[in-house]
Design a protein around this ligand. Structure first.
Ligand SMILES: *Cc1c(COP(=O)(O)O)cnc(C)c1O
Length: 371
């Protein structure tokens, strides 16, 4: 194949459709990101703009060169020492996945399991922590994308902080489209990425680090067991006037444009349209005879559903792709063969795209039922 030119409407649970001006920004001329102090200033400016979404004035925000998993790996690498006790709060695929990342660095993981179909059970977690709260940090996921679940992380993080536990939150699939209050909720490390709500190309990880998390890294008895995932290398980039490695200048310039696009709408309008698109998806999906995977706590950024009886997830996804040029996502882990997902993140949380997708989905279901 000489050209790679996808021609479908990408309504997946990330990556999300990228706007013309964001695509165009990647083709702009750039200087030497290692030697040009103007680039560092621009980088700081983009990080500062992100603080609007993160709800933080106190934390340090950094943008790293790698897609979302780099942020998760970096948080685990930078905090975990051998035999450190870590609490993994799991009610979904990504929630569960933290265990593996922490164990790579020798952490002693305890998993707190909660139903995959609704937000973490705060009462059960409270009871659990009364018996055992001796953990260095806890991990949790804001929007667990494979099921479209939105955890109510404010009260959970406040509870964990009250027990002296540091909090690491994966908000890769929610930040930008859902209110996030890092300082108010006591989040110590927040993790996100460029290709979900921000609607830029995949390739950047966003990390915000609180003073308490920096302290925990600095007070380690043993060195961080990674170079690429060592967050401490980023702590003083302004003073040192140098990045740990050459920054992907085109990616950052393009991402800065994507952040501008979202901020130009005002935050609350952005949050509102995400909720409106979630509600529209839920209402229409039910009317076609699809059932929703979750019981409650539907994320404003992605909706997971099961096709009507007699139609498999794969049939539905393939029919929509082949006949209507729309790409939806399947899912992962235990949901992989049954669940279909519509992403309504960032640029995709727009009524024209969502209505068009739902109309074509309705036709698809009709056609598959009448095969
Ligand atoms: C997308 C996503 C990630 C990062 O995965 P990549 O696709 O590799 O960037 C991490 N956590 C959640 C909840 C996600 O949705």
């Amino acid at each position: 194949m000489l050209f790679y030119r996808p021609n479908y409407l990408m309504m997946t649970a990330g990556p999300t459709t990228v706007s013309g001006n964001v695509l165009h920004a990647r083709s702009k001329v750039f200087g030497n990101p290692d030697l040009d102090s103007d680039f560092l200033s621009y980088y700081r400016f983009v990080c500062h703009r992100l603080s609007n979404f993160l709800g933080t004035e106190k934390s340090k925000i950094i943008i790293m060169n790698g897609e979302g998993m780099l942020g998760l790996d970096s948080a685990c690498a930078s905090l975990t020492e051998k035999d450190d006790r870590v609490l993994v709060i799991s009610n979904g695929f990504f929630g569960e996945g933290f265990k593996e990342l922490i164990e790579v660095y020798g952490g002693d993981v305890t998993v707190f399991e909660s139903s995959w179909k609704k937000s973490v059970d705060l009462e059960a977690l409270t009871t659990f922590l009364e018996k055992d709260s001796n953990f260095k940090y806890a991990t949790l996921v804001h929007c667990d994308t494979p099921s479209g679940l939105l955890n109510n992380i404010g009260p959970i993080c406040k509870l964990l902080k009250s027990k002296g536990i540091l909090t690491v939150v994966d908000t890769v699939a929610a930040l930008g489209g859902v209110d996030f209050r890092m300082d108010e909720w006591g989040v110590d490390i927040a993790l996100s990425a460029s290709q979900k709500v921000f609607s830029a190309a995949p390739g950047l990880t966003l990390v915000a680090v609180s003073d308490a998390a920096w302290k925990a890294m600095e007070n380690r008895a043993t060195p961080i067991q990674s170079f690429y995932c060592n967050l401490l290398l980023w702590k003083n980039i302004e003073e040192k006037k140098v990045f740990p490695y050459t920054m992907p200048a085109s990616d950052i310039i393009s991402f800065g444009t994507a952040v501008d696009n979202l901020l130009s709408e005002t935050l609350y309008r952005v949050f509102d349209r995400h909720e409106e698109m979630r509600d529209l998806c839920i209402e229409r999906l039910k009317s076609f005879g699809c059932s929703l995977y979750l019981e409650s706590d539907f994320s404003p950024t992605v909706t997971a559903f099961l096709p009507p009886k007699g139609i498999t997830a794969a049939e539905l996804i393939n029919h929509l792709r082949e006949n209507y040029n729309i790409l939806l996502s399947g899912s992962y882990g235990p949901l992989s063969d049954t669940v279909v997902r519509i992403g309504h993140m960032g640029e995709n949380a727009r009524e024209d795209r969502i209505r068009f997708t739902l109309d074509c989905l309705e036709k698809t279901i009709f056609e598959l039922k009448n095969r």
